[in-house]
Write a protein that binds this ligand. Structure first.
Ligand code: C2O
Ligand code: CU
Ligand code: CU
Length: 532
């Protein structure tokens, strides 16, 4: 009996791991996988909130007719305040976990899925063993215990599965929830006026079952695009609102689709928050580009509207610069929608994401604050490599999406991915070039990549668009939110983006990857390691 079987056969692979931590290894995908000591609760850790979170297959009446098979997270409160969690009514998505900055949380994750899984807390600054690295994935029937203190700024974070090669399908089947660190900002809409909007595109067959990618490499390479939008896991995307001011916490929880969000009443999109919480002050944009993984908090005032009015949040058409290598032929996959083309290949169509129907002539009008929060800028000259930023080339090589020519290896870290604790660095991300001086090759396959780093929030310090194709740029240029703290940003073909980041508090391996989940599953993901 080999070690893997031993671990499998004893339900107490867990106990085994705890007893003999240094002996505990099993292999996945030929890679050694250390088993962390996180299978039992820490006695002297006193959580403010203690919950059980179970990932399980189930079925749901989403449409008339057949029920839809989905995956869902079920939450059970073990101890703590009931306000610490919230269900999204009538939805498989969620739940919403609510905490305050400085609170401690324990999450007992139980995997009842047919395949291995792990929960990643997207945007949180927590130790590597708690972050949901794919090497900590557990099998069906196993439990993993997350225990951490929440030190992030108040903001809208989220959680989703992160197993190697199968993150895309698990998120697609319904696993995603919000992790909100609450603020006590009394100047912002709260309670029923603080509304999450999780936007995802999906495709269903005639018997109401989810359709994922056709199993071919080209399909995976392009990423999944659905033909209808669900908001908060619901195909009915109409919301009743009153003549009030709202705070919408928008998450692009789609696998691959990028949205160009705009109101149809010709008002600007007023952004008050990014991935890492509130901005310094509100930012107005004619439209907002929101790539998979990104969050934006949007202020919207319906107070001047008459009842009966319906206002739409749309996604406008744009050219995303995708080229599958035919001499730069653009596919412009920015569109689709309620009535999207199956492949979303057609350019020039705006689609409706959500409708807000003013049904009540009462409520609460609020004035937009001129200041929202304090953001201490990272000074680029403090970076140890300010003269010579690390460069990360995101490109396609022999039908593989790669970062500096490499794909994911479970625990692999190259020298160019090792950083020192308590240092500030500048990293530069480049799309459309392979870093070997060949420039933007006309026949190179290229696509947008939403770049995401685990374990920290960073600041965007430069977006160089000199290499981007003109018509692509013209169609997206006013939509980039580079203010505030970010953990994910959109890197369009031809773009170079510089970020400033600080490695603090924790040592170990975190991953960074493309948040197009199909690209991630194909291996457009790597480890970086913080060394003490
Ligand atoms: Cu939301 Cu590693 O991802
Ligand atoms: Cu993440
Ligand atoms: Cu990508």
């Amino acid at each position: 009996m080999n070690r893997k079987q031993f671990l499998k056969n004893s339900t107490k692979g867990v106990a085994f791991a705890t007893l003999f931590p240094s002996l505990a290894f099993c292999t996945t995908n030929g890679k050694q996988k250390p088993i962390p000591g996180s299978y039992s609760i820490t006695q002297n850790f006193e959580p403010d909130t203690d919950i059980e979170l179970t990932a399980t297959p189930t079925e749901l009446q989403l449409f008339t007719g057949n029920k839809t098979n989905i995956y869902t997270y079920q939450l059970k409160l073990i101890s703590g305040d009931n306000a610490a969690h919230e269900k999204l009514p009538g939805s498989y998505l969620g739940p919403i976990i609510r905490v305050k900055q400085g609170q401690k949380i324990r999450i007992r994750f139980k995997n009842q899925l047919p395949r291995e899984s792990v929960v990643h807390w997207h945007g949180l600054h927590i130790p590597p063993e708690m972050d949901g690295h794919p090497m900590y994935a557990i099998e069906n029937g196993e439990q993993y215990i997350y225990e951490f203190e929440v030190n992030n700024r108040p903001g809208t974070y989220w959680f989703h599965p992160h197993p190697d090669k199968i993150t895309g399908p698990q998120v697609y089947q319904g696993l995603a929830g919000l992790f909100i660190v609450e603020d006590d900002n009394s100047g912002l809409p709260s309670g029923e006026y603080d509304v999450p909007l999780i936007i995802q595109d999906r495709m269903f067959d005639n018997s109401n079952q989810l359709v994922y990618l056709q199993n071919n490499q080209m399909g995976q390479m392009q990423g999944f695009l659905g033909n209808r939008v669900l908001v908060n896991g619901n195909p009915d995307t109409t919301f009743n609102v009153s003549t009030s001011t709202y705070r919408f916490r928008v998450l692009n929880g789609s696998n691959s689709r990028i949205y160009k969000l705009a109101w149809n009443d010709s008002e600007d999109v007023i952004v008050i928050g990014a991935d890492g919480g509130l901005l310094e002050k509100p930012v107005k944009k004619p439209y907002l580009m929101l790539a998979p993984g990104q969050r934006a908090e949007i202020w919207k005032d319906f107070s001047g509207q008459n009842t009966g009015t319906e206002i739409q949040l749309q996604s406008l058409a744009f050219n995303d610069g995708t080229s599958m290598g035919m001499g730069g032929g653009m596919m412009g996959r920015g569109m689709g929608g309620g009535m999207m083309q199956p492949d979303g290949v057609e350019n020039g169509i705006a689609f409706n994401v959500a409708s807000f129907k003013v049904t009540e002539n009462s409520g609460k009008k609020m004035e937009l604050p001129s200041a929202l929060s304090t953001i201490t800028p990272i000074n680029p000259t403090d970076a140890v490599n300010s003269a010579n930023p690390r460069q990360f080339y995101f490109y396609n090589q022999r039908m593989q999406w790669v970062i500096n020519g490499e794909t994911f290896g479970m625990t692999e870290v190259a020298d160019w991915e090792k950083v020192k604790l308590n240092t500030t660095e500048i990293w530069e991300f480049i799309n459309g070039d392979n870093g070997r001086g060949m420039g933007m090759m006309q026949d190179m396959m290229r696509m947008p990549h939403p770049v995401h780093l685990h374990g920290l929030q960073f600041q965007i310090i430069e977006r160089d668009v000199s290499g981007i194709q003109r018509d692509v740029w013209e169609s997206v240029k006013d939509g980039f939110l580079d203010e505030g703290w970010q953990d994910t940003f959109l890197l369009m073909p031809g773009m170079k983006v510089k970020i400033a980041l600080k490695f603090e508090d924790f040592i170990g391996k975190y991953i960074y990857h493309c948040h197009n989940l199909e690209h991630e599953d194909m291996g457009m993901m790597r480890n970086y390691e913080v060394l003490g």
